[in-house]
Write a protein that binds this ligand. Structure first.
Ligand SMILES: C[S@@+](CC[C@H](N)C(=O)[O-])C[C@H]1O[C@@H](n2cnc3c(N)ncnc32)[C@H](O)[C@@H]1O
Length: 388
């Protein structure tokens, strides 16, 4: 069986995320290949659909996944036993299929259903693709199907959607969480999810030592990790606690262990280091302080002065980690690049970690991992590190 995965906006991050999650399930990344700008093909004889469903539900960087259809006629047959079918058609990517072609194909499908005495309802996509709300609200996947069409390096492919990203759940965690402090800079909920997945783990303890309002910890907890959060700012600790308690109250996490405590990464007592070392933390996932929010392109001098301070914090942090991290300990961390009048300015992760850590980004994706919106002043560069 062949399956497709439709990547979100940041394709390299999506590729890396899927590879890392496959790794956590013991599945080779060689099962995946990129067949168009935003479509990955997954092929394996041994991986069941149940496992793929579980994998898809963990992901933050994907829109939908489904199975490739060999033949359109036999694809429709199972639906002939239903009284009623709701279906939609999505042309994914820029493939030169317009509303008129979609309408024509839908009429052909409807004719087939009519012949089989099945009543059918076709949902026209708002653009070329049905959006998540249309699919979820109309229960398309339960009562019928979404047929996807895309052009790929293998030619035109047709596929049936098996699952769509639960966007409402991300939005709910983002907008309905009780506490937030926008001044401290909040990680996008989906990026937090992707970063947890980039650890290549699916259980154990994740620690965010710069937890802020707890975005990383919320996503980690939803994924089933136990979580530790710490921050230099007592107010942030309170916010994180309230957000994690809210997740539990809403029934969005099960048996998760969480603990939030005060810690300045630049000044940690030996006793605390020992305690942290004993606590079996498997990975750190974090966005450290990246300097104050910026609204305008910076001068190079300003960027350099900001970066010097940020770099010092990162250096202290990795010094501190030396006392805690054993071989195989994972770190997924954001490094900032600032837009300046003379181009982008950043610093090198290798300068900070030396030879004590391996950068393993390239094991999951050959491209750099970046999260950056058009016109943004700060780009987030994501690094995956493994302790030697
Ligand atoms: C960018 S925010 C983290 C935001 C968080 N990821 C979120 O989405 O809510 C950086 C955090 O680092 C904390 N911080 C700054 N310096 C620190 C230090 N020396 N030790 C620990 N935390 C520190 C700040 O208080 C702030 O909460």
């Amino acid at each position: 069986m062949q399956y497709f995965f439709e990547c979100g906006h940041f394709v390299s991050l999506s590729i890396a995320e899927l590879s890392a999650v496959l790794y956590s399930y013991g599945i080779s990344k060689n099962c995946v290949k990129k067949i168009s700008d935003n479509i990955l093909l997954f092929e394996s004889k041994s991986v069941s659909k149940d496992v793929l469903d579980r994998i898809f539900n963990r992901l933050g960087g994907f829109i939908r996944y489904g199975e490739i259809i060999d033949d359109l006629d036999s694809f429709l047959e199972p639906y002939f036993t239903q009284n009623r079918v709701v279906f939609g058609i999505s042309a994914i990517g820029d493939i030169g299929i317009g509303a008129r072609d979609i309408q024509k194909l839908s009429n052909d499908i409807k004719r087939n259903f009519r012949k089989a005495d099945v009543s059918s309802r076709f949902l026209l996509p708002k653009r070329d693709e049905l959006n998540a709300a249309q699919i979820i609200n109309n229960k398309i996947l339960e009562n019928g199907f979404e047929l996807c069409i895309f052009d790929t390096s293998l030619g035109r492919l047709y596929a049936k959607t098996l699952a769509i990203q639960d966007l409402n759940a991300f939005v709910k965690r983002d907008l309905s969480k009780p506490s937030v402090d926008f001044d401290m800079g909040v990680l996008p909920q989906k990026l937090a999810r992707i970063m947890c997945n980039l650890t290549g783990l699916k259980e154990g303890i994740i620690w965010d030592p710069f937890c802020g309002s707890g975005t990383v910890l919320m996503e980690a907890a939803v994924l089933g990790f136990d979580v530790l959060g710490s921050d230099i700012d007592i107010g942030a600790l309170q916010i994180t606690k309230e957000n994690l308690e809210w997740l539990a109250y809403e029934g969005l996490i099960n048996q998760t262990m969480y603990n939030v405590f005060h810690l300045d990464v630049s000044n940690v007592e030996k006793k605390k280091l020992k305690e942290l070392k004993r606590s079996n933390i498997r990975a750190v996932v974090c966005e450290p302080f990246m300097g104050p929010a910026q609204r305008r392109v910076l001068t190079q001098t300003k960027a350099e002065s900001l970066l010097t301070k940020v770099k010092e914090l990162y250096t202290n942090f990795f010094e501190m980690l030396e006392g805690i991290a054993r071989e195989g300990f994972m770190v997924v961390i954001v490094l900032p690049s600032y837009k300046t009048d003379k181009g982008w300015a950043t610093f090198s992760i290798s300068d900070i970690i030396g030879k004590r850590w391996d950068i393993i980004n390239k094991e999951y994706c050959s491209e750099d991992l970046k999260w950056s919106r058009i016109n943004s002043i700060i780009t987030r560069n994501i690094f995956i590190l493994s302790k030697r």
